[in-house]
Design a protein around this ligand. Structure first.
Ligand code: SAH
Length: 202
């Protein structure tokens, strides 16, 4: 069985891979494009507060895991099946090309906080043709995947809490998009699932 150092290195490598794509679309690309004019920005409310708190907890425990603090060892799960770590690796790895596809499709409509830009287009193609929040699904898939690699129950717990808190942000985002695109968005809602494709009745 590989030792914990190996999984720590694997954990960092997965993060580096995922965030090279995320970082490009979050920082490098907007810098190269023309400056954006924001039409409407949603205030930082309860939903964002909850999610920020949980994400901070997640990263806090991740740092403790990576620093290999002996006093933090109590949260490592003993006799953790190795195949679960590899399911985590698989989940995290498969989220990388998906994230790239999603960012490429959403293009300049993407923003780290909820906002409507000038000449904001409603995207309904590619990953958005069946799912309204594919990026949130993939972010959760990644963080849950890497949490499984750590075999640390606090990190897995925080990853699950992140999953639970995303619907609140999604709901608020949908309200904003409904106000902006009206009928077009409500029609789009009818034919898509929120986080997973809708199972069509035949
Ligand atoms: N919730 C989406 C997008 C996350 S980025 C997802 O998980 O894939 C957040 C920004 O995307 C928001 O500010 C919102 O204005 C924009 N957005 C979300 N869905 C959109 C869509 N179908 N078309 C255009 N913009 C969208």
């Amino acid at each position: 069985m590989a030792d914990e150092t190996f999984y720590r290195i694997l954990f960092v490598a997965l993060y580096a891979l995922f965030f090279s794509i995320r970082g490009y679309y979050r920082f490098a690309k907007p810098k190269r494009d023309a400056p954006e004019i924001v039409h409407e920005r949603k205030k930082f409310g309860k939903a964002e507060g909850v999610i920020s708190f949980v994400i901070l907890g997640f990263f806090g425990t991740v740092i403790l895991y990576l620093l290999n603090q002996t006093w933090f060892a109590w949260s490592q799960i003993s006799n953790y099946p190795e195949f679960i770590r590899w399911i985590g690796v698989l989940l995290a790895l498969s989220s990388v090309p998906l994230l790239w596809w999603i960012h490429k499709t959403l293009d300049r409509q993407y923003s780290p906080c909820l906002q409507i830009k000038d000449s904001h287009l409603l995207i309904t193609e590619g990953p958005y043709s069946r799912v309204r929040h594919p990026m949130y699904t993939v972010l959760n898939m990644f963080s849950f995947g890497v949490s499984l690699v750590t075999a640390n129950f606090l990190i897995i717990g925080f990853a699950l809490m992140v999953i639970i808190s995303f619907p609140f942000v999604a709901r608020k985002e949908e309200q904003m998009l409904l106000e902006t695109f009206g009928e077009e968005y409500s029609e789009y809602m009818k034919r898509t699932g929120r986080f997973f494709p809708r199972i069509r009745k035949t």
